[in-house]
Write a protein that binds this ligand. Structure first.
Ligand code: FHN
Length: 443
């Protein structure tokens, strides 16, 4: 036992003396762009509106249970919440062998759900890397029995199916011995930045780098700004979230300062009541109560709730990043699959009213939400009015035609302009019990 422990200690020590790659966080040139250039860079992301978040790693092995006892909190925090020492946690890494992982199945599931991009945890707080990192032995090729580069396989499947691949990356690292205290700059320059360069240069056309774990005291806004500049210098069209700096708070200030670190705000497990006017933003959310897989978390949000959340977010001008937490075998849990398929069916019919839309021109009506595109307003009706008349209280709107988006023939619904606004006469029954969309064409 002692021999084994000593060996593990040697391996852990070796983790700290990896080849030195001299890169400083502040070596990048400043990134300046016009509003028009920024709009071009952000375009695909703004149009996408819906993406898949994947939290996957070693934590899916214990799946919320350590030494036979359930550990409280979210699954990917088990190392911290369960106070599992590094060497003991590494044992889980050695068991991470997801034989049922099939990148194409995941990508097809995301695509079928109407998701346009995938953000996967390249490295979460536990420090384990899902790709073949040249500066780490604590990765899927060197430390786990699986010996397949998960990110490479996903990159290929995403390319094949036209889904944009993006990487989540944790600045905080519970495994690396330099990631804390005075040695942090060494971890940053010789480990974290070289790893980010690997991710940006070896895995195709990466859409977003999605940072997290930025709250540690070692990480500061100036470092975030420097890192932002460096990454945009390597890949000018890259989109980076606000957690590259300390931007999680005060998101209203984003996009207003030219050198603010980050391109979009990241409300978590919440939808801002009024959106975040003037700021690009994306709400990330779990389908149950955990990000990383937990065998004992069965508190699933309903399909209806998730579809309403997607519409609510789009009506406020945001994106929805909806999470799945695959198992240690590499399977996306069945309750997630079921929900994704149903969302996909709704989007098959109503996607026009979500993708490429912008925020509601008339706030939030009692019966549902609005989204819009040039010349069109989409009324998403959650509660079909019993009197079968829908009132759009904007008397100035010159609507030329109203029809149900689910109606392939686009048969006109009778409309009247009244003092109370535009009245649309609806059929007796809602075409969709979750949300029916009425298109209002206007001048
Ligand atoms: O601590 C993480 C958590 O595990 C999860 O990754 C979420 C996703 O946004 N972010 C952090 C908490 O803000």
């Amino acid at each position: 036992m002692n021999v084994r422990k000593n060996l593990l200690a040697v391996i852990s020590l070796a983790m700290c003396v990896f080849p030195v790659m001299e890169t400083r966080a502040d070596e990048g040139n400043s990134v300046s762009e016009t509003q028009q250039q920024r709009d071009v860079r952000m375009r695909w992301w703004r149009e996408a509106r819906f993406g898949m978040f994947i939290h996957w790693g070693v934590y899916s092995v214990p799946a919320g249970v350590h030494k036979g006892k359930p550990v409280g909190g979210i699954g990917e925090w088990i190392m911290s919440k369960g106070q599992i020492p590094i060497l003991e946690y590494e044992e889980y890494a050695k068991q991470f062998n997801p034989q049922k992982f099939d990148a194409e199945t995941w990508v097809k599931l995301a695509k079928g759900a109407g998701m346009k991009y995938i953000v996967i945890t390249s490295k979460h707080h536990d420090g384990f890397c899902l790709w073949d990192s040249k500066v780490s032995k604590y990765d899927i090729m060197d430390f786990a029995p699986f010996k397949r580069d998960i990110l490479k396989e996903l990159a290929e499947a995403c390319k094949k199916h036209g889904v944009r691949l993006c990487f989540y990356h944790s600045i905080m690292d519970w495994h690396h011995c330099d990631a804390k205290g005075v040695n942090f700059p060494k971890y940053r320059d010789q480990y974290m930045i070289p790893q980010l360069k690997e991710l940006l240069t070896g895995y195709g056309d990466i859409g977003v780098l999605w940072f997290d774990g930025e709250w540690i005291k070692e990480w500061t806004e100036p470092q975030g700004k420097d890192l932002y500049k460096l990454l945009r210098t390597i890949k000018p069209d890259l989109i980076i979230n606000n957690r590259v700096g300390k931007g999680r708070k005060g998101m209203e200030g984003m996009n207003k300062s030219p050198d603010y670190a980050g391109d979009f705000g990241t409300p978590e497990q919440t939808i801002p009541a009024q959106g975040i006017p003037g700021v690009d933003w994306e709400s990330c959310m779990t389908m149950n109560n955990t990000w990383g897989y937990k065998s004992n978390d069965h508190k699933w949000k309903s399909e209806k709730d998730l579809i309403h959340k997607l519409i609510d977010i789009a009506s406020k001008g945001g994106n929805f990043l909806l999470n799945v937490g695959p198992t240690a075998q590499g399977l996306i849990p069945q309750p997630s699959v079921k929900r994704l398929k149903e969302i996909g069916q709704w989007l098959d019919v109503n996607g026009e009213a979500i993708y490429g839309t912008t925020a509601s021109p008339f706030g939030k009506p009692a019966w549902g939400r609005y989204t819009k595109k040039p010349g069109k307003i989409y009324a998403h009706v959650f509660q079909w009015p019993e009197e079968t008349k829908l009132i759009v209280p904007d008397t100035n709107l010159k609507v030329s035609k109203a029809y149900l988006l689910s109606d392939k023939k686009q048969s006109s619904l009778p409309i009247q302009q009244t003092d109370a606004g535009l009245v649309i006469n609806l059929p007796a029954k809602a075409p969709d019990p979750i949300a029916s969309v009425i298109v209002l064409e206007h001048k």
